[in-house]
Design a protein around this ligand. Structure first.
Ligand SMILES: [Ca+2]
Length: 188
């Protein structure tokens, strides 16, 4: 009985450690609640007019306004921890679309690898995209959200990003073993 208790305690502690690790912060200020802390504002194409400001709309957001032919801007941030294969990043936005080739995208950038996931273009309203890591992405990978138009005027409010790591194999194993031991104990 005592040995089982120690075993369960050890499992719970190891599980908690594993879960804590998985919840480490990938990026700062992923919900833009009060400001743009942690995020860099960039401009890819300077021919048009662009403006990026924090907005209290949509539960706090990064408001990206662009007009011209062409114009593109973005907010981006480097990751603080590595992402594992299967980890997911979701971006939620509201956007207006009043120009040609107007759209928004999630950008994952590493030296030698540049991935762009476009949201729904040519429509106005709430939208989201989810990216799933196909391998390990080291800390320092750049995560960006861009807004572009050519020509015309468009605004994208980035409401939030969410990070969903795959459960650590060790966590799953210990949770599973813990459950088995608990079931066994109840039968005695
Ligand atoms: Ca928000």
């Amino acid at each position: 009985m005592k040995r089982e208790f120690v075993l369960i305690l050890a499992m719970v502690m190891m599980s908690a450690y594993g879960i804590g690790e998985a919840n480490a912060t990938l990026l700062q200020n992923m919900d833009f609640e009060t400001d743009l802390t942690g995020w860099s504002i960039g401009v890819v194409d300077p021919l048009g007019t662009w403006d990026v400001q924090w907005s209290d709309e949509y539960g706090g957001s990064a408001k990206m306004y662009i007009t011209g032919a062409p114009a593109q801007t973005n907010v981006s941030q480097a990751t603080q921890i590595a992402m594992e294969s299967g980890d997911k990043i979701t971006v939620n936005v509201f956007h207006t679309d009043m120009g040609n080739f107007s759209g928004w995208a999630l950008i994952i950038e590493e030296p030698g690898d540049w991935q762009v996931l476009y949201g729904t273009c040519g429509a106005e309203g709430y939208d989201s995209v989810t990216w799933t890591a196909d391998r390990v992405y080291d800390a320092g990978t750049l995560i960006g959200v861009s807004c572009s138009v050519w020509p015309g005027t468009s605004t994208t409010w980035v409401e939030s990003l969410t990070y969903t790591p795959v459960p650590e194999p060790a966590t799953m194993l210990f949770l599973g073993l813990g459950g088995l031991v608990l079931r066994k104990r109840r039968k005695v």
